[in-house]
Design a protein around this ligand. Structure first.
Ligand code: FES
Ligand SMILES: [Fe+2]
Length: 366
C-alpha cells in the first residue's frame, strides 16, 4: 500500500518501546567465524540464552543454554563428538536436545525424560541464523538474499555493533534518513526528501532523495568531483526483522538486527561497495581497504548514531509516560510494523487471546 510522504506531527505511542519480537523469522545471532569447532558460543535473542556448537561434521546446532537437570548454563560444558555435555554432572544431550547419557546412571535403567530445547539454525553468508519461534514454520520463512555476497565486483565491509537500546529505537535510526544533520562533520548526506513510502504486512520501503558532497562522495563513486553536489535516490527497505538499503548500484547495505533484551540490541551489518578499480587491484587491496573503510568511515558514523540511540533510550527510561513528536511518516510506518509483527506472534502462540487494545501510534491533536 502506498502511503502519504508528509505528516504534520504524530505522537509516538510508548508501547513500541516495550514490545517483543515476532519469533517466526530468522535472526542473525552470531558471526560464523566466532563459532569454533568443539567450542560452545552463547548468544542471546530476546531474553533467551542460546548455546551454539558445531558437531563432528561442522554442522551448527542451537539449544537453550539451560541444562534441564538443574538449570546450569550448558555453555559451561563441552562438545563431545556430536553431543553437548553439561559441565555440572556430565549429562549428555544429542542435537535434538534429548538426554542420551548420565555418567553415574545404571545402564539397565531407562534414562529420565530430560529435554534440552533445540532450535532451527543455519549458517549462511558468514552468519549463524536462528529461528526462535515455531520450528514448523522455519522452512516457510526465507533468509535475506544477498547477491553481492559472492560477487567479486563488490567489496564487503562487515561490521558488528551492540546498542544499549530497544530494537525499535535502533530500527527507527536506520529508517530515518533525515538525521544526516548528525553526520554533517563527516560529510554524510543533506537535503533529504521522502519521495515514496510503501508498506506491506511485513515490510516498509521508503525512497528518499539525498544530496552528497565532499571527498567521501568521490571515494564512493557518487561523483567525479568531490566538491560538486550530487543528488541520488536511496531506497531503505525494512523487511522485518532486517534492513536492505540500496544506493543506485553504488552501495548496498544489509543490516541484520538482533533484539537481545528490552534495552539491548545487536546488529550485523554488511556494506557492499562497488569499487571502480581493476579487479586484480581490488583483490590486492581488499585486506587493506576493509579495515581502513571500517575505521575511517563506518565506525565514525556508527559512534555518532550510537550516542543518539542510547540517549533516546536513557531518556525514555527516565520518563516512559512522556510523549515525543514524529514528523517522518516512514518512522510511524516502522513503528506500526514492529507492533503488528509482535501482535501477530502473540496471536499465533495463543489464538484465543484477544488482540491487545490498540497499540498503534495515535494521532496527536492538531
Ligand atoms: S545441571 Fe547439568 S548435568 Fe546437572
Ligand atoms: Fe546515522
Amino acid at each position: 500500500m502506498e502511503l502519504a510522504t508528509t505528516l504534520t506531527g504524530q505522537t509516538v505511542r510508548n508501547h513500541v518501546r516495550e514490545v517483543g519480537i515476532n519469533g517466526n523469522h530468522w535472526y542473525a545471532v552470531a558471526w560464523a567465524k566466532d563459532l569454533k569447532p568443539k567450542k560452545i558460543l552463547s548468544v542471546m535473542i530476546w531474553q533467551q540464552a542460546i548455546a551454539l556448537y558445531r558437531d563432528s561434521q561442522n554442522q551448527v546446532h542451537a539449544v537453550e543454554n539451560v541444562c534441564p537437570h538443574k538449570g546450569v548454563a550448558i555453555d559451561k560444558g563441552q562438545v563431545k563428538g556430536d553431543t553437548i555435555v553439561c559441565g555440572y554432572h556430565g549429562w549428555e544431550f544429542n542435537s535434538k536436545g534429548e538426554c542420551i547419557g548420565i555418567p553415574y546412571w545404571n545402564s539397565s535403567q531407562k534414562l529420565p525424560c530430560a529435554q534440552l530445547r533445540s532450535f532451527p539454525v543455519q549458517e549462511q553468508y558468514g552468519l549463524i541464523w536462528l529461528f526462535p519461534g515455531d520450528p514448523t514454520l522455519a522452512a516457510t520463512q526465507p533468509l535475506p538474499t544477498m547477491p553481492e555476497y559472492d560477487d567479486p565486483d563488490w567489496l564487503l565491509i562487515p561490521v558488528g555493533a551492540h546498542f544499549n537500546a530497544h530494537f525499535s529505537i535502533c530500527n527507527e535510526n536506520t529508517m530515518d534518513v533525515f538525521h544526516g544533520y548528525l553526520h554533517k562533520n563527516l560529510q554524510g548526506w543533506f537535503d533529504p526528501v521522502l519521495l515514496k513510502l510503501r508498506e506491506t504486512e511485513d515490510s516498509v520501503t521508503a525512497d528518499y532523495q539525498v544530496s552528497y558532497q565532499g571527498p567521501i562522495t568521490k571515494f564512493l563513486g557518487l561523483s567525479e568531483v568531490g566538491d560538486r553536489v550530487t543528488t541520488q535516490t536511496i531506497s531503505v527497505d525494512y523487511r522485518y526483522p532486517n534492513y536492505v538499503n540500496n544506493l543506485q548500484g553504488i552501495s548496498s547495505l544489509y543490516l541484520m538486527r538482533l533484539p537481545i533484551a528490552p534495552h539491548a540490541s545487536r546488529s550485523f551489518t554488511f556494506m557492499f561497495l562497488k569499487i571502480r578499480l581493476p579487479r586484480p587491484l581490488v583483490n590486492l587491496l581488499r585486506p587493506v581497504l576493509q579495515p581502513v573503510i571500517i575505521h575511517l568511515l563506518f565506525l565514525r558514523f556508527l559512534r555518532q548514531d550510537m550516542e543518539m540511540i542510547e540517549s533516546e533510550q536513557e531518556n525514555y527510561l527516565k520518563d516512559p509516560q512522556r510523549r515525543y513528536v514524529e514528523v517522518n511518516p516512514a518512522i510511524i510506518a516502522v513503528q506500526r510494523l514492529i507492533l503488528r509483527q509482535y501482535e501477530t506472534f502473540v496471536r499465533s502462540q495463543n489464538p484465543s487471546q484477544q488482540t491487545p487494545k490498540s497499540v498503534y501510534p495515535e494521532v496527536s491533536a492538531p
